[in-house]
Every structure is written in structure tokens, then in C-alpha cells.
Write a protein that binds this ligand. Structure first.
Ligand code: ASP
Length: 323
């Protein structure tokens, strides 16, 4: 019987770093070289950078590579990168990946020079998940620490622990045990894949907070931002001054309101004070629902690149930010 084929791209990150003063050094073939896997693997080093320096151009290249590998018969894709922005990459793939073959994103919290590095186990787990027929149709997944997360929920919730990734409040989609993946739920339906269009404009993410004057929002709008995500308090709350700045911004560009808690939904009609979620809804702001501020920024950028108008932005955020 032929073995499943998994294509593995590395982008860099802690999993690939060596030191002292660790920096990216290992490519995909090096990372796979030390593993004995029951599948065929095809390594490709797409980048060797810390994940804070990843950009949409690199992700676009990786997407092109992944599509090509699947068209050539790969049963699944693994993307290896730094964990700092992994939740954004995973959501990017979730939003643009039309294929049934899964894209599994992984990394490591401990670099190879540390005691008990987690990179090899995470990579082996990701390859296992990518090769398993039960992963088909599940879009982009995140695998670390023997857990399988859906890209739309996965986020880095701790700066350094091995169990840094969480899907709160939804919980993981499955677990790895004895070298196999165990899913708790069948694959559900996915939102239609978005096209990836070139886009040069900026889509900043601003966080609301105490004594927020709204001046930073005015500044980014004046500087030519194409759209803005505001990470607002609780269910979508900002100061009175920030609410006024959001209204000014909305006359020129779309503004998405997400919860800066990163784990709960925005509301629409519970609170009525100036700067409340209902006030912002009334002003025309787009509510992110369950999407975190970071994922909202990825979605807003992808949609703006397709030329989406305000109505479409509202619809897409409603669709993709709901459960
Ligand atoms: N600490 C990061 C990591 O886990 C560094 C990075 O994101 O590149 O890989």
C-alpha cells in the first residue's frame, strides 16, 4: 500500500532556531530529518525568519506552493513557523484555502537547544494530522502539544508554556494519542474561500483603553489606512472620545470592533451608553462577533483587497464571526 504524502513548508520560528542568542537556522529537511514517520514527506524551506517578520507576500508564496503540492497529489500540507503570529497565519489559510486537503500549522515553544524541546513532537503530530483522511474538509488546523485546534479559534494564550495554544471558549477539535488523531466532532461546513488579491494599503489594529482620546485612530485614518480594527473592551466598548473618533473614521473607512479579551463575542444591543456596542453598531461599525482582533484584521485585509464594499464587509463578518 502506498503511504500518504505530506508536503511540509518551513517559514522559520523557534522550532528552527539555534544559538546562543537563537535565530532561525534549520530548514524543513533538517527538521524532518530527525523524525521517523509512517508517511512520505516532501520538505520545502519557504523562509527562515522569526514569525513577527512574516508578511502577506510570504504567506502568498506559501499558499502558491501548497496549492501546487496538493495538485501534484499531496494528501495534506504542514506549515512550520514561529508561534508568535501562528494564529494569524492559520486564520489566513482558513480564509483562503478551498481544498479538502488540510493545512496544518505548527511550531514550537522551546528551541532545539533547550531541555525537552517540543518541536519534533509537534511536527510529527502535525504530519500525522495532515496525513489522516479524517482531517479532510477541516480547512486550516493548528497542532501543538498533542492538541488539534481549528484555525478560527486557536490563539497563543501564554508567552512561553508548552500548552500556550488555546481554543477557548470553543475547546480543541481533537487530540493526538498513540500516534493517531482523535476528533471529537465531524468536519462541519466552512465559509467560502476568499481570493488573495494584491493589496498595498495598511489595515491597522488599535487597542482601546483607559483615557483613550481617539487621537491615534484619527492619525491612522489621516495617514491613509484602508480600514481599521479596534480591539475594544469587553463586548465592544470604547470611551466617549474614541466613539467620536470611530464615527469620524467611519465617514471615510470601515471600522471593525472586536473584543480585546480575545475569547468572547461582541454584543450588538445590550448596553446603551456613549461608546457602547449598540452606539458603535448605530454608527455603522462592523462587529467582529467571535473573531479575535487579530483574526479580524486578517479578514478585513483580505476582504478589502477584493474591493468588498461596506455591505459585504458587514455580511462577511457576520457570517465568519458567528458560531
Ligand atoms: N517565540 C517565537 C516562536 O515560538 C518566535 C517566533 O514566533 O518566530 O517561534
Amino acid at each position: 500500500m502506498t503511504k500518504p504524502l505530506v508536503a511540509v513548508a518551513s517559514l522559520g520560528g523557534t522550532i528552527s532556531m539555534s544559538g546562543p542568542g537563537v535565530t532561525p537556522a534549520l530548514g524543513a529537511a533538517d527538521l524532518l530529518g530527525e523524525l521517523s514517520l509512517p508517511v512520505d514527506v516532501e520538505p520545502a524551506t519557504v523562509a527562515a525568519i522569526p514569525s513577527a517578520s512574516l508578511d502577506f507576500a510570504t504567506l502568498g508564496r506559501c499558499l502558491g506552493w501548497a496549492r501546487e503540492r496538493v495538485s501534484q497529489g499531496a494528501h495534506g500540507i504542514v506549515v512550520v513557523q514561529g508561534t508568535d503570529t501562528l494564529e494569524e497565519t492559520a486564520y489566513f489559510f482558513e480564509s483562503v484555502w478551498p481544498e479538502a486537503e488540510p493545512v496544518v500549522v505548527t511550531g514550537a515553544m522551546r528551541h532545539p537547544g533547550m531541555i525537552s524541546p517540543d518541536g519534533p513532537a509537534n511536527l510529527a503530530g502535525a504530519v500525522t494530522v495532515a496525513a489522516d483522511p479524517a482531517s479532510r474538509g477541516r480547512g486550516a488546523l493548528v497542532v501543538l502539544n498533542d492538541e488539534v485546534h481549528q484555525a478560527r479559534w486557536a490563539h497563543k494564550a501564554h508567552s512561553s508554556r508548552l500548552d500556550a495554544f488555546s481554543s477557548a471558549p470553543a475547546g480543541p477539535l481533537g487530540l493526538l494519542a498513540e500516534g493517531a488523531v482523535h476528533y471529537f466532532h465531524p468536519a462541519g461546513s466552512r465559509a467560502r474561500a476568499l481570493p488573495v488579491e494584491p493589496f498595498e494599503d495598511s489595515v491597522p489594529l488599535l487597542e482601546a483603553g483607559l483615557e483613550d482620546s481617539g487621537a491615534l485612530l484619527d492619525t491612522v485614518v489621516d495617514a491613509g489606512a484602508a480600514g481599521v480594527v479596534v480591539a475594544a473592551g469587553g463586548v465592544g466598548h470604547v470611551s466617549e472620545a474614541a466613539a467620536a473618533a470611530i464615527e469620524r473614521a467611519l465617514e471615510r473607512i470601515p471600522v471593525v470592533i472586536a473584543s480585546r479579551t480575545g475569547v468572547g463575542t461582541t454584543f450588538r444591543e445590550t448596553y446603551g451608553f456613549r461608546g457602547s456596542e449598540s452606539d458603535l453598531v448605530h454608527s455603522g461599525a462592523i462587529m467582529a462577533g467571535w473573531l479575535s482582533p487579530r483574526k479580524s484584521r486578517i479578514l478585513l485585509r483580505l476582504l478589502l483587497a477584493t474591493g468588498a464594499d461596506r455591505d459585504r464587509l458587514h455580511r462577511e463578518f457576520h457570517l465568519r464571526g458567528s458560531v
